[in-house]
Write a protein of this length. Structure first.
Lengths: 231, 237, 354, 354, 231
């Protein structure tokens, strides 16, 4: 049970950090994809979407190459930290962030594109610069897609297994997340234990979903304090 | 020096529970620690051989992983402990009894084994079927599952009538019936520890493996999980 | 002062407008689809013209040839959009304060609370825009733009869905803001009485082309002649409030004292007077025993006709334009130079703050 | 005929309206926020009242007590929304044809192409709504609702952003549709001239309450008295086109022949005449040599005053209401029963199709 | 190479069928979640979102139980087909559909919720029933989220591995999809082959993304034939 708690804690830590990374990155990418025209836009689009098209295991191996002694991330981190990131929790964060980024970007992009540009123009005319306009008008108006994207990304990060186990391993206490723990229990024939941990995953997912719905409702309320009777 | 560091041992997920328990005993009795990363034997071997994963030791079963690792690992020292497993034919609870592999082949029923390309258990099963001379017969009725636990689950859930699994797996399940035990026709199924040649904490890994070989408490743990204990040198590793 | 010479090309429409608007209130009018909103959007920077230039108080806001483009938030131009464009996720209060909050304190010349008060929005401050009626939304849009104390205020049919009373009081408020804060305004409207009561000059657009730019009265006359944008011509005159009784107020226009309905104004207040050309009767002899309070002697200085309507200019010290029928002209035998009497009712005169 | 008695409760507003509208055109007016749009929405089924009932031509559309609710698509009520509510993803053509296509062939009484033509939309048919000007959008909304040949048409300030010429022609078209297809209409507007020219009865709403329901002229007078919804009162009279010259057309109103500007109408056409109460002058002696074409002798039948304005009813065969100042009343010494002369210009009279 | 083609064909078949299933189901669920109030709404929400919170392996085992002789799907299919669905391509479709459903539902829901209800009201007033209104107004206006949801769902189905390999196995020619083929090659040490197949996955992903972008643009154009110069 004690180790259960530390597994959950580590999983949450990894998923939260991954979400904290994908949120701004995803927003930036979505914004670039939706509002900017530039060369290499499709390449960027492909690049962030790739991890969705590949089985996570492949993503895992690709990442392992990158963060390993021969990859550029690996060499960088070796010169900075004195070791590669492979088989550390940071590698798990990387894996989780990369596989959830496509979900986040796609949700954000659909939401941003749906915002009425005339309202942004109106905000500019009232003296708000482009960044402030984005933060105070575009983002709040895109809230449904943003909140959905964060939910998808977070929950996907929480359930990430295939890439994580390759690049971060399955080291109890250091990189063993809920999914890898479940896998280990199943492999060892510890079925009851495995289901118990799966149940924990479900509970975390339900909590995330409940928070998502609450945020959605709260934001919607903030946005229009009542919808009743409005034509 | 580096010999005092905690070694990271890549171990087959199927022996994760017994190894974790042994590590606890190791720490209690010697004060030294050891870390594992669990996975499929082939996956682990590939991580080390092809992607330079930082393992100090490995603990798994089968020829294929060993071939993949080749010269990267040290040979198993004389007298090292080995966890020996055997194969069983299992059946869904109301499946007809089959006594031998030939009966199994003759039954025409769907049979699940682990995928020989993905799991050592599959390779052992394939060897057994081949040496029983029924591989050709049964090939079309075979279903390959990703690993031996998936084989067990397929039979437990009634999706397949028969399956070939390790003895240790079947012991944990009360929803399948054991049809027969297969004693021969495949390489010995032995989980052994090896240290990785150029790894930083290779020596600490060796120390842990030595402890496993010597400790009677550890031996109890292994035996109560259903393994037979063997030692290198005895059974031609 | 805003000057511009812009072209805007769209698949089936092109706008080409050149002008220079002083710091008064300039009306822009013309038929639906003439390009009024497009012009305003080009000035505000909401859309980029295809070519040309725009300068505000000497500073270049846009120049096609030189590639200059000042982004809208740096222009200090406030816009009241035709469709409101309220932020749906912000309360009325936050909508109004949006631009105001972005102003440095020392540039906050108008107080949002006061604006809301004057536009009758106080009880709506905590509502969401989608909980407002059409007219309420329009007023919030006005308040939001005003609160930014812009160097130039653009109003795109801001009063279209308001009742007359509300409309009058807002027009009043706008002209007060205009003078008090010397805030130039550009005002798009289809309503003659609005244009005439508020604007000091007017531009007529049609099919994306400028068809005229003049004093509203002069231009409106032209417009009436050119295609019935308006049904009638109004005389617009500057005046000063004179004596009042319970029921009547005298407004001095030049040397002429006009009787109007009682006005809640002070002696000496500057006002603008509007009097429909079709509400004035001419008499060749001095009329007696008429209910009309305004009877002035003058002489005919000009006669001309336009699409079946006849107009005469009568000089009674001030010049008034009077619409007549051909028959009346002939019956009375009116000719240039002849002495005539102007007759109109005090209730025909509308008085607005200058 | 639509009858209703509904209540609608909102946090800070409640509407309570009861009425029965015949198959003519009924105007609904009242200040901004009075509940006009809300009432229309309740009738159309866009919002569900809190309580009450609505019946159209005898069929119950809504009944709170009986739990009846006919969904909007089954009501055959067309609505022109205040904000247009055009479908942004459909071209103008598809917007207009949206409801028309859903009609069984034999119920398609109006042709979308023709409607578009008459509303001046033909060149815009392939545009997207966001490529239209404000006035163009309003016209598309009208066309879309008309194309469904509804059993009742609701119009919520449909002409707010249109120029006078366009407005006049659309009003004309609407009244033609009304008579030709006997399509009852409910018309929300802030414009007196619109209300008066098109409606046969009118309802005044204020603060969610019905303050009056009567002929538009009668009601508008009350409104003027009650709080300046309108600046002036108009005399609205039924008439028949008489002789025409090049410049003048005579309209027979009862026994009175009124001179108006030249009308492009045929002898015998039924029309409605509108004449502002503040555009009529009274004379105690017969005036001479005036440009005014209309001078009628009559007697004062009533005198009353309202918020500082004095009204007299003069019977010259037909009854006219004339707005006077207190001073004029006193100066001329006008009393009930006295003989007076009505004086007004032919250009003061507006003539509309009946 | 020949077998490559059949692997790709099977993968596409599975992913397309899965998408064909998730599209209407996802739409229905999203519509229920967004526009209806009913008891058990949150349960439904949790239920369709669960597969995202769980590692696919767990979903695979759960599915294996469901399609087994004792599971209700299993009993149904046994009475219909005479056998369980496990280790058939239909099981792979099931797995792919279940893991991609949450992505589809979330995207659809955010998009549907963003449609201005006044336009739906206007359509009703013009005589369109609720279904027609949904199809002609709501759906087209929600197009961005719908298209994004379909992309996410399809690509996720294409890369599905963990659940598929448990419930459908890894039978070349019958249930071996691209991801399982890649995993097999990697495990066998056939790295070159594995990377080649991974590249094929990438190409499929890029094509899907290109189609997505094209659809998005086409629909946007259909919706407003030009945006240039619009305020
Ligand atoms: N985004 C657009 N794309 C293409 N054409 C447009 C667009 N917006 C407006 N137009 C067209 O440009 C012309 C001018 O439009 P504008 O909105 O400036 O007219 P307006 O004078 O404001 O009319 P209104 O009084 O009806 O609001 C119209 O013909 C209109 O159809
Ligand atoms: N969705 C809503 N929620 C709460 N209050 C609302 C909502 N919609 C309108 N109101 C309020 O209800 C009242 C009546 O609104 P309604 O739109 O019917 O007015 P109206 O008579 O049409 O006004 P206008 O002429 O300005 O369009 C207003 O006070 C308005 O603020
Ligand atoms: Mg406009
Ligand atoms: Mg309204």
């Amino acid at each position: 049970m004690n180790s259960d708690i530390s597994i959950v804690a580590l999983s949450l830590q990894i998923a939260l950090v991954a979400t904290a990374v994908t949120l701004p990155v995803g927003m930036l990418v979505a914004w670039l994809l939706v509002r900017k025209q530039f060369r290499g836009k499709f390449v960027l689009d492909v690049f962030v979407s790739l991890p969705l098209a590949l089985p996570p295991v492949v993503v895992g191996y690709a990442l392992l190459w990158l963060v390993g002694t021969n990859g550029w991330i690996g060499r960088l981190s070796e010169s900075v930290f004195g070791s590669t990131l492979a088989f550390t929790w940071i590698a798990a964060v990387l894996a989780a962030a990369i596989v959830s980024l496509p979900l986040v970007v796609r949700s954000f992009a659909a939401a941003l594109a749906g915002v009425d540009p005339r309202l942004e123009v109106a905000a500019r005319g009232l003296g708000a610069g482009s960044i402030r306009t984005f933060l105070t008008i575009t983002l709040p108006l895109a809230y449904r897609g943003v909140i959905a994207g964060v939910l998808l990304g977070f929950v996907r990060a929480l359930s990430e297994f295939g890439a994580t186990i390759i690049v971060a391993g399955n080291i109890p206490g250091r990189t063993q997340t809920l999914p890898s723990a479940i896998f280990t229990r199943i492999s060892a024939g510890d079925t009851d234990d495995a289901w118990r941990l799966a149940l924990v995953s479900v509970v975390l997912g339900v909590i995330a979903l409940a928070v998502h719905n609450w945020l959605l409702k709260r934001t919607a309320n903030g946005i229009s304090s009542s919808n009743g009777g409005s034509r | 020096n580096s010999g005092n560091e905690v070694p990271l041992i890549f171990a087959a997920a199927s022996v994760s529970d017994v190894l974790t328990e042994s590590a606890a005993i190791y720490e209690r009795e010697t004060g030294m620690q050891v870390e594992f990363s669990f996975g499929g034997s082939l996956t682990l071997a590939n991580q080390i051989a092809k992607f330079g994963a930082p393992a100090d030791g490995v603990f798994f079963v089968g020829e294929e992983p060993k071939t993949i690792l080749g010269e990267l690992v040290n040979p198993v020292p004389e007298g090292s402990i080995g966890l020996v497993n055997t194969l069983l034919v299992i059946g869904f609870k109301d499946a007809e009894h089959v006594g031998t592999l030939s009966d199994l082949a003759a039954s025409d029923a769907q049979v699940v084994i682990a995928d020989p390309a993905l799991a050592p258990a599959g390779q052992f099963a394939k060897q057994a079927l081949e040496s029983a001379g029924v591989w050709q017969d049964i090939e079309n009725d075979l279903i390959f599952a990703v690993d031996v636990r998936a084989v067990l689950a397929a039979v437990e859930s009634g999706n397949s009538d028969y399956g070939i699994v390790y003895r240790t797996d079947a012991f944990g399940s009360d929803s399948v019936s054991i049809m027969s035990e297969i004693y021969e026709g495949y390489s010995p199924i032995i989980y052994v520890g090896r240290s990785v040649k150029l790894a930083e904490n290779s020596a600490s890994a060796v120390e842990f493996f030595e402890f496993l070989s010597k400790s009677p408490t550890v031996r109890d743990v292994f035996e109560s999980a259903g393994f037979t204990i063997g030692f290198a040198g005895e059974a031609g590793t | 002062m805003i000057s511009f010479d812009i072209r805007l090309n769209r698949p089936e429409f092109s706008l080409s407008a050149k002008g220079e608007f002083d710091d008064g209130i300039t009306a822009v009018f013309g038929p639906s689809g003439a390009g009024k909103s497009s012009l305003l959007n080009c000035l505000a920077g909401s859309i980029k013209p295809s070519d040309g230039w725009v300068t505000l108080d000497g500073a270049t806001l846009y120049s096609g040839p030189d590639g200059v483009w000042v982004s809208p938030e740096k222009r200090r131009i406030g816009t009241v959009y035709q469709d409101g464009a309220l932020f749906p996720h912000l309360s009325v209060r936050k909508n109004i304060e949006f631009g105001w909050k972005l102003l440095p304190e020392d540039q906050r010349r108008l107080d949002p609370v006061e604006i809301a008060e004057l536009l009758g929005l106080t009880h709506l401050l905590d509502r969401a825009p989608n909980e407002l009626s059409g007219g309420e939304r329009q007023r919030v849009a006005i308040a939001r733009a005003l609160a930014t104390s812009p160097a130039l205020l653009l109003l795109d049919e801001p009063l279209a869905s308001l009742d007359a009373a509300r409309r009058g009081s807002i027009l009043n408020y706008l002209s007060r803001v205009h003078t008090e804060f010397s805030m130039p305004m550009i005002y798009v409207s289809h309503s003659v009485s609005e244009v005439v009561s508020i604007a000091s000059s007017a531009m007529l657009l049609r099919d994306g082309e400028v068809q005229g730019f003049d004093r509203p009265s002069t231009l409106l006359l032209g417009a009436a002649s050119a295609g019935d944008e308006f049904e009638s011509f109004d005389n617009i005159l500057d005046g000063v409030i004179g004596d009042s009784t319970d029921h009547l107020t005298t407004v001095r226009v030049g040397d002429v004292n006009i009787s109007t309905r009682h006005q809640n104004k002070n002696l000496g207040d500057r006002v603008v007077v509007s009097l429909g050309a079709n509400q004035i009767i001419l008499a060749s002899d001095e009329p007696k025993n008429l209910s009309a309070r305004n009877i002035f002697k003058g002489s005919v200085s000009e006669i001309w006709s336009n699409t079946g309507k006849v107009f005469t200019e009568i000089d009674v010290g001030e010049k008034f334009i009077v619409e007549l029928t051909e028959n009346a002209l002939n019956d009375l035998g009116i000719t240039v130079g002849q002495n005539v009497f102007l007759v109109f009712k005090s209730s025909s005169v509308d008085v607005y703050d200058a």
